[in-house]
Design a protein around this ligand. Structure first.
Ligand SMILES: CC(C)(COP(=O)(O)OP(=O)(O)OC[C@H]1O[C@@H](n2cnc3c(N)ncnc32)[C@H](O)[C@@H]1OP(=O)(O)O)[C@@H](O)C(=O)NCCC(=O)NCCS
Length: 225
């Protein structure tokens, strides 16, 4: 592994220690949180610029196609996200191996509506397949959901396959009747034009239907203006 003298976090890691996991409807058994993830070798933290060497992109490839991203491309995107201040890519590290084993992203969207409100979008949720079923999916999703509330978002939403609706519902997300459709138009170079008008444009590669699930924050803080 490459040795680094200095590492940069995408955002301030201390903010994760302030999150109150008792606010989440998620049932953790045993109780865990971002500050105390249950094992001394687990760490919940912001993405670092050095995570290129900790298998972050390999983890994302368990979610979708990632491509052959060079270190330079990774660092450029990391810098852009950090400069914007609206990207909260959060990871779980197995510190025994120096490996990223879970990830979820909160993206802050700034609005004019609702008095220049901010809302959150939950993206790119994944846990390494050898670590699944140990509450880490819940842990990473609850972490970024509480972070969204802490940052002043009035709501947070996500798109997911039907089979994951129950998972997200257990974490406080709801399908809003009449307003939970997810629609897509794809611009990938290799996507045939025909596909845009076919049913596969509104479903996943395997034909799974997607739904939009939303959590409305119980209160707003004034952290982001
Ligand atoms: C979805 C995912 C993040 C869950 O991670 P995990 O660490 O296994 O989740 P947890 O151990 O915290 O499980 C939480 C609950 O969700 C359920 N669950 C987890 N994955 C599920 C799945 N794929 N389908 C249905 N239920 C699932 C578990 O049974 C568990 O239920 P319980 O609390 O009643 O026991 C993980 O399966 C994953 O990375 N999948 C591939 C990528 C993906 O689909 N990401 C989501 C994109 S929206």
């Amino acid at each position: 592994m490459v040795q680094y003298t200095q590492e940069t976090y995408l955002y301030d890691p201390n903010v994760l220690l302030k999150l109150d996991f008792h606010r989440s409807p998620a049932k953790f058994q045993p109780f865990i949180s971002a500050a105390n993830p249950g094992e001394s070798w687990l760490r919940v933290r912001p993405l670092k610029d050095t995570d290129y060497d900790r298998g972050f992109l390999q983890l994302l490839s368990q979610l979708t196609n990632v491509g052959n991203i060079t270190r330079t491309q990774f660092l450029t995107r990391f810098s852009q996200m950090k400069a914007s201040g609206d990207y909260y890519v959060t990871v779980i590290e197995d510190t025994r191996k120096g490996e990223i084993i879970g990830a979820a992203s909160l993206i802050i969207e700034r609005k004019f509506i609702h008095n220049c409100a901010v809302r959150g979008r939950l993206e790119d949720v994944v846990v390494n397949d050898t670590y699944r079923g140990k509450q880490l999916g819940k842990l990473i999703v609850v972490t970024v959901s509480l972070l969204a509330e802490y940052l002043g978002c009035y709501k947070m939403s996500l798109d997911c396959k039907d089979k994951l609706i129950k998972f997200y519902e257990s974490l406080g997300y709801v399908l809003i009747p009449g307003n939970s459709n997810s629609m897509t138009i794809r611009y990938d170079e290799d996507t045939p034009t025909l596909k845009r008008n076919s049913t596969s444009a509104a479903t996943g590669a395997a034909g799974d239907a997607y739904q939009t699930v939303v959590v409305i924050m119980p209160f707003k803080s004034t952290f982001i203006k």
